[in-house]
Design a protein around this ligand. Structure first.
Ligand SMILES: [Zn+2]
Ligand SMILES: [Zn+2]
Length: 132
């Protein structure tokens, strides 16, 4: 289901392991609540769980900071019910601006990322085993 990959810069020492995609505990709110940590999101999950038809989109992806290029491998969580919705969000750990709303999760997107540490560096992607 999900993909594990190692990103490494062809130009400098930067490397990072990332996981993208859906895990088996990502499919419904009850399962997500077992591992999801941020308090704000947990409150939202509990509130939406009271309703039968809440729809959830949850996957792991790579957020790329538009300001400084930092890459953050985190969980995207979006819940909606009729006209209400909740989407989680992150601030960049390096420059503290808000990350884009959606992370990259497709292989073609991951393969186009730029190095966050050096000017003009491209990232090589090596896929490991599937996870989950
Ligand atoms: Zn680099
Ligand atoms: Zn940043």
């Amino acid at each position: 289901m999900g993909i594990a990959a190692k990103l490494s810069c062809t130009n400098c020492e930067y490397s990072q392991h990332v996981f993208v995609g859906i895990g088996f505990r990502f499919l419904d709110l009850r399962a997500i609540l077992e591992w999801y940590k941020p308090e704000e999101g947990r409150e939202q999950i509990k509130a939406f769980m009271r309703e039968e038809d809440a729809r959830v989109v949850c996957y792991k992806g790579v957020y790329a900071c538009e300001h400084c290029g930092y890459l953050l491998n985190e969980v995207y969580l979006h819940i909606e019910l009729q006209t209400q919705s909740y989407t989680n969000h992150y601030d960049c750990p390096r420059c503290h601006t808000q990350m884009p709303k959606q992370p990259f999760q497709r292989e073609v997107e991951i393969e186009c990322l730029d190095c966050p540490e050096c000017e003009g560096g491209k990232l090589d992607v090596n896929y490991d085993m599937d996870w989950d």
